[in-house]
Design a binder for this molecule. Sequence first.
Ligand SMILES: Cc1cc2nc3c(=O)[nH]c(=O)nc-3n(C[C@H](O)[C@H](O)[C@H](O)COP(=O)(O)O)c2cc1C
Length: 420
Amino acid sequence: MNFWRHIAKPIIGLSPMDGVTDASFRFITAKYGPPDLTVTEFVNVEAALYAPHTLIRDFAYSEIERPVIAQIYGHTPELFYKVAHVIGELGFDGLDINMGCPAKTVASKGSGAGLILKPELAQSIIRAAHQGIEDWSAGQTLDDLGLKPALIQGVLDLNRHRTQREFLPWSPTGKTEANSSTPMGRNPEREPPVKAGARVEGARRAIPVSVKTRLGYDDVVVEEWIQTLLEEKPAAITLHGRTLKQQYKGNADWDAIARAVEIAKNSDTLILGNGDLKDMADVYRRVRETKVDGVLIGRAAQGEPWIFRAKEQVKQALRSQGEAMSHAAPVSLAERYRVMLEHCDHFARHTQIHSFVGMRKHLAWYCKGSPGAAELRAQMVRVKDIDEVAERLRAYASSLGTAFVADRPPAWPEAHAPQP
Ligand SMILES: Cc1cc2nc3c(=O)[nH]c(=O)nc-3n(C[C@H](O)[C@H](O)[C@H](O)COP(=O)(O)O)c2cc1C
């Protein structure tokens, strides 16, 4: 099932961010947004060989996130072939190949945006991923590939702890049943658990392969580059409107993105634009101007999982051609702080990131726009645990003269733990 084709356009998804869009942030965004799709942080395909535990940690997800896409990077087609099997086995809805990361450690090895300089290798990688998905869906197993027992066990554990039951492929009739019944996911009481690794008939479905990339390496070469990628028929290409050389400097070039849309017009590949979208008004304007099939939002979602709430207003305004876009109601401080605590709780219990330090940047981002934000932020970048966060928020609320009750959120049903 190619889920890309079943989402009402424009697709408005959460962009992958290494060190940011971990299982907890994606869970919170899916619960309080939700975006049309989520993407994991990028995972090095070499991890399948040398660090299976990091692959398992970064591929944890919750059913509520669907459609959920696993993003991988590297420069060895055989490893993409193998990891495609792992991604299929983990029940992801899509596989995305990172061809845009500008980091020296990645691009200088010929991975990420380094692939823009090696178009033939980039094509081989897409082909290997397609083939991996095809062979996995035809019945080839992780054992057949001789993958490490630690990796195979990790996949089994992750599946068991995520769902406690069968896979729930995304469906165009309303995400998963999980989302429609309760924002926390399915009711574990209603269905019997199945054995680890067991799967339902038809669960081996061929999932779509997509690419996320940039406009070029040193210079904008979007015309040739998009043409190269289109030859391998990816389901979608997300284009960040900058070159590798620009890193994050200057402004994203949406005119170049519009040229890519034009080139892909008669193909079956969707083009998503990405870069500098600050709010839904920006999304509305860029989609109207460039005719992209969708967008991914990255930094503007940091500390702002609610940003996706207004996505239906964008779609409606674009459908009605020219109707002014209505805006989502602002989020109250009380809601903001309650979600901060919920995020902390999820992070502490359900990621395999053992240090609370990884939560601090999120807490600082949540403070944006609060009265006296600087002081609160300074406190949040030093907190040790959820209790300290709650204490700081209570003190802060009382300094504002408001009665914010910063209680811990109720415990999650264990069935929804994304990981052991
Ligand atoms: C901290 C950080 C980490 C990122 N990690 C990834 C990643 O793992 N994979 C990827 O494709 N892009 C990654 N990106 C790029 C973003 O997905 C996005 O393309 C970029 O931030 C531009 O979009 P924005 O202006 O909406 O943030 C990262 C960006 C940031 C800021």
